[in-house]
Design a protein around this ligand. Structure first.
Ligand code: AKG
Length: 489
């Protein structure tokens, strides 16, 4: 990890007193208002891979408080890490050293919702699931869904340009976000909370903040276009014998289902084994398929006419079975089964986490090349002497699982180790980035750069792009105080 930079002030008791006078909800080990243990969940990342030592957590309650905190930090050369639900997977939302943790939890109000246009305006600290529940009552849906929905914040989702499970249907946040309110590093509040779908008056500044990972400003509110919630939803999961078969089924699903296809996910047998083990350990053992396969895919439909949708999905199922394109398939019969079929896919990350320390890679490459990367990675780990066969519990590598958002060409590789170690990491990196780059892919499809991938940005972006990014960073944050050691270093 990068060493602490001397250009930042070390947080003191005096700083703490001043920050407390701005934002009363401030915790710190410096005055004993919190123990190091109590600050652990703010300092550690979700994977327990990165551990910061931030002694102060500030939880402002209003945009004005965020502004005053940032101005104070700016005037006093204090580095700041913005933090939402802290569910990121690249070490982007926890401190690396002693940065002030600016946590957005208390900024959690829905500001307005327009039932005609579907435009929601809400604070950045609203939990994704809470936003979606609010919308569900009105017959609308948040155009983003992901496994961490119960903890992640919508502001953090936008700051990291999260992709998730329904991007195939609703597109990226670069399209659905209509406006933002952002506090800039010197405390200036930028009000860009537009509700307009069309606005061609100059640079679209909000786009710079979408995916900026808290390096040039803190998102305090978003305005987002929310579609009507599909009234009919269905899900089916299939077992298949090869990755080629998954691709064929994807093509058939698009052809048969057309506009009602809302998600197409895939996972391999190693992912499925992790989930089954996790479910067994939690007493939820259940046979899903008569015939299991080397691969699985999940197809979700969302439309407005259940009979029409079911007819389409049944048509697809019959076609796949008749042509022996799948080994087995299960169609959800009710909403409980809908959830349990989705959980086969959604539980992969959590199940991998229960099985060991997970090296996570999130890449995009052309769909046809996707699974080849997983196989190459397994070969590399076997050659490096850390993986035997498909892995075993005595490690060093227990499993290599490939899964992801097939519909978006986005692959997740989870390498489950018995512990994080330099030996294993050196075998994986930068090799993984090299093979992604050879396929003209992206080393981060949806998780961002954080501290983990910042050194490797050159595998996905050319020098001119990186130079332009550096200029943008300096323009917004000349002192480099916001989320240092990450993103572009
Ligand atoms: C997903 O499940 O889609 C994720 O983005 C998480 C991937 C991972 O944990 O590696």
């Amino acid at each position: 990890l990068p060493p602490r930079s001397d250009k930042f002030a070390k947080p003191t008791q005096d700083h703490l007193t001043n920050l407390k006078s701005i934002a009363s909800s401030t915790l710190s080990t410096l005055d004993g208002s919190a123990t190091a243990d109590e600050l652990k969940s703010f300092n550690d990342d979700w994977m327990n891979k990165y551990h910061g030592k931030g002694p102060i957590v500030v939880k402002p309650k209003t945009t004005e408080e965020v502004s005053k905190v940032l101005k104070y930090c700016y005037d006093n050369d204090l580095a700041v890490v913005p933090q939402g639900g802290n569910t990121g997977l690249v070490g982007g939302s926890n401190p690396i050293h002693d940065e002030i943790i600016l946590n957005l939890t208390n900024l959690n109000q829905i500001r307005s919702f327009d039932e005609v246009s579907g435009v929601l305006v809400a604070d950045g600290g609203v939990i994704l699931e809470a936003a979606d529940h609010f919308l569900a009552e009105k017959g609308f849906i948040f155009p983003l869904d992901l496994g961490a929905k119960g903890s992640c914040h919508i502001g953090g989702n936008v700051a990291t340009n999260a992709g998730g499970l329904r991007l195939l249907r609703y597109g990226s946040l670069h399209g659905t976000v209509l406006g933002l309110e952002v506090v800039l590093p010197d405390g200036t509040i930028w009000n860009g909370l537009s509700k307009l779908r069309k606005d061609n008056t100059g640079f679209d500044i909000k786009q710079l903040f979408i995916g900026s990972e808290g390096t040039i400003g803190i998102i305090t509110a978003i305005s987002i276009l929310c579609p009507r919630r599909p009234s009919a939803m269905n899900v089916a999961v299939f077992s298949l014998d090869s990755y080629e078969a998954v691709q064929k089924v994807f093509a058939e699903a698009k052809g048969h289902l057309g506009e009602i296809l809302s998600a197409f996910e895939f996972f391999d047998k190693q992912s499925y084994a992790l989930v089954k083990k996790h479910q067994e350990e939690n007493g939820g053992e259940r046979k899903v398929f008569e015939t299991e396969g080397d691969f699985y895919c999940l197809i979700e439909t969302g439309g407005s006419n259940s009979e029409h949708d079911e007819a389409k999905l049944t048509g697809l199922l019959e076609h796949l079975m008749e042509n022996e394109m799948v080994l087995d398939g299960v169609l959800a019969q009710d909403s409980t089964q809908f959830q349990s079929l989705w959980s086969l896919r959604e539980l992969v990350p959590e199940s991998a986490g229960k099985a060991g320390s997970v090296y996570k890679y999130d890449v995009s490459v052309p769909v046809g090349k996707m699974y080849g990367l997983v196989e190459k990675m397994r070969t590399k780990l076997r050659e490096g002497g850390v993986l035997e066969g498909d892995g075993n519990k005595d490690g060093p590598i227990r499993a290599v699982a490939g899964y992801g958002h097939m519909g978006d060409g986005n692959l997740h590789i989870n390498i489950v180790a018995n512990k994080y170690s330099d030996e294993v990491e050196k075998i994986i990196e930068p090799y993984i980035y090299e093979i992604v780059s050879e396929n003209e892919g992206s080393i981060s499809a949806e998780h961002g750069l954080g501290v983990m991938k910042a050194p490797y940005i050159g595998y996905s972006k050319n020098d001119t792009s990186i130079e332009l990014m550096r200029k943008i960073k300096t323009l917004f944050d000349p002192k480099g105080l916001l989320n240092p050691y990450k993103y572009i270093i």
